[in-house]
Design a protein around this ligand. Structure first.
Ligand code: FAD
Ligand code: SF4
Ligand code: SF4
Length: 466
């Protein structure tokens, strides 16, 4: 048996220097070398009961793939991962590992857990650069399925169905496929070329991708099923409708949602110097919120040239929902975290433009329904941040368009599609759903898991066992 590496800390991930990367959109984390990967793989104890696997929503066989990395069999490791996870280059980069697989790793008891996400990324990147694998279109089984949306739930569902011979067409509202992976998560965290590689694989499998197709406007679900011959539909339309605070001044020029801001930067290419995309160019920015979306927005604002960028979050660091790594990276890049603060008014100048954000200090009270301690205002503690832009990153909910144009499709009071016990069958026969459209804003890997489950349910629906 190979010697174990009992170092209590993870093999460090090489990153771009914070002072340099804060002004460019190139990927921050540079990835392990082979030597680093094998060194980190040797930290895994190969536990018989492998608790890490139960922390992964798609049950990647973690010790098995890590053992292959330790042996230098990277292609073998890739085959183990992709038997349950179709998009490892993406999940290795963006999964909140600290609350999933790595949270259960026994090495985390007396030190840092094994860097499972970093190893997964290494394996996927190794495969991408060393494999010349070309997928071939499987023989058709004669059934047509429509997939609405092209985020991780849809990409996974389409891939699983296409591999079984289904004729799959993806209908995407935007002009580029990939969902939040391309229009939300910035280039410096998830390069667009990686997502494009996954979309290209789907095309090799024979999946047709139709962009600029807003279902519910250009075509309805009924038209897809009754006139275009699709026997089943998967809805993976995500949760892209932003929330606002409803405080005075939110209508001023210089206030926008993080969704709109990030979409302009990512999809309309404001991150490239050669594009003249209209996007807020700011001197000082306050981003309101504490999730991944807030971290992405504040780091983009700095990269677009803002001199001062604040995160304004009403709870403390402990409750921040963003991935630890994104919080650490934002801090290293010089973002100013104003914790236990909540905006009460956006202040405007005589031209109707933002000239400040009035906030109030908060303290933590008793736990609320979410189990987190409820923030309570400290009377008389108001103060003003000198900013010319306010970006709201307060969460999102599903867009009501599909529900309002599809008779018989039920949603709950949060606007999420209602599904049956199998978690993917909607209230309309032949219509399945998954990802954020069902759960509300969640994670990439949960969306992928739902897409996988939906593909299996669609297969049982269209090809029931005799
Ligand atoms: P989405 O990825 O939202 O894709 C839905 C697609 O459907 C979109 O392309 C949309 O244009 C399309 N669509 C919508 N309506 C229609 C219609 N009527 N007709 C046709 N197409 C339609 N999760 C993580 O795990 N880690 C992270 O680090 C992380 N960071 C994030 C950062 C940002 C900025 C955002 C916004 C989210 C982040 N998330 C992260 C959450 C994660 O991206 C989502 O949970 C995941 O993408 C949901 O996948 P999905 O397939 O349900 O939908
Ligand atoms: Fe961990 Fe995500 Fe990979 Fe699962 S898919 S092993 S949770 S990084
Ligand atoms: Fe390896 Fe940690 Fe999983 Fe044990 S719990 S098999 S050490 S990754």
């Amino acid at each position: 048996m190979a010697t174990k590496n009992m170092t209590p800390v993870k093999t460090p991930m090489p990153n771009q220097d914070p002072a340099v990367r804060a002004h460019n959109f190139k990927e921050v984390a540079l990835g392990y070398t082979e030597e680093m990967a094998r060194q980190e793989a040797a930290r895994c104890l190969g536990c018989k009961n492998h608790p890490c696997v139960s922390g992964c929503p798609v049950n990647v066989r973690i010790p098995e793939f890590i053992a292959k990395v330790a042996e230098g069999d990277y292609e073998g490791a890739y085959q183990v991962i992709t038997s349950t996870n179709a998009l490892p280059a993406i999940s290795g980069r963006v999964c909140p590992q600290e609350s999933q697989c790595e949270s259960k790793c026994v090495r985390g008891i007396k030190g840092e857990p094994v860097g499972i996400g970093r190893l997964e990324r290494f394996v996927a990147d190794w495969h991408r650069t060393h494999s010349s694998e070309h997928l071939t279109k499987p023989a058709s089984n004669g059934h047509k399925v429509a997939v609405v949306g092209s985020g991780p739930s849809s990409l996974t569902c389409a891939s699983d169905l296409a591999k079984q011979g289904y004729q799959v067409t993806i209908f995407e509202a935007f002009h580029t496929a990939g969902g939040v992976l391309v229009y939300g998560i910035p280039e410096f965290r998830l390069p667009k070329a990686i997502v494009q590689g996954e979309v290209d694989k789907l095309k090799e499998l024979g999946v047709e991708i139709m962009t600029d197709m807003v279902i519910g406007k250009v075509l309805s679900i009924d038209e897809l099923m009754e006139e275009m011959g699709f026997e089943a539909v998967f809805i993976g339309t995500g949760a892209g409708l932003p929330r606002f605070m409803n405080i005075p001044g939110e209508g001023l020029a210089g206030v926008c949602s993080a969704n709109e801001y990030l979409t302009r930067i990512n999809l309309m290419k404001a991150y490239l110097d050669e594009y003249d995309t209209p996007v807020l160019k700011s001197r000082a920015v306050a981003v309101v919120g504490g999730g991944n979306v807030a971290m992405d927005a504040c780091r983009c604002a700095q990269r677009l040239g803002a001199e001062k960028v604040y995160i304004v979050y009403r709870r403390s660091m402990e409750e921040m929902p963003a991935r630890n790594e994104e919080i650490e990276h934002a801090q290293e890049e010089g973002i100013d975290f104003r914790l236990l603060c909540n905006p009460v008014e956006v202040l405007g100048d005589d031209k109707g433009h933002v000239c400040g954000l009035k906030c109030i200090r908060m303290e933590l009270g008793e736990p609320d329904a979410s189990g987190r301690r409820r923030p309570v205002e400290v009377p008389g503690s108001e103060f003003v941040l000198d900013v010319d832009t306010v970006i709201m990153a307060l969460g999102t909910s599903p867009n009501p368009l599909i529900r309002s144009t599809t008779p018989g499709l039920e949603t709950n009071r949060r606007g999420c599609l209602v599904v049956g016990e199998d978690t993917v069958s909607t209230t309309r026969e032949g219509v399945f759903a998954g990802g954020d459209a069902v759960t509300g804003a969640a994670t990439v890997i949960l969306a992928m898991g739902a897409g996988k489950k939906a593909a299996a349910a669609i297969d049982s629906y269209l090809n029931p066992a005799e």
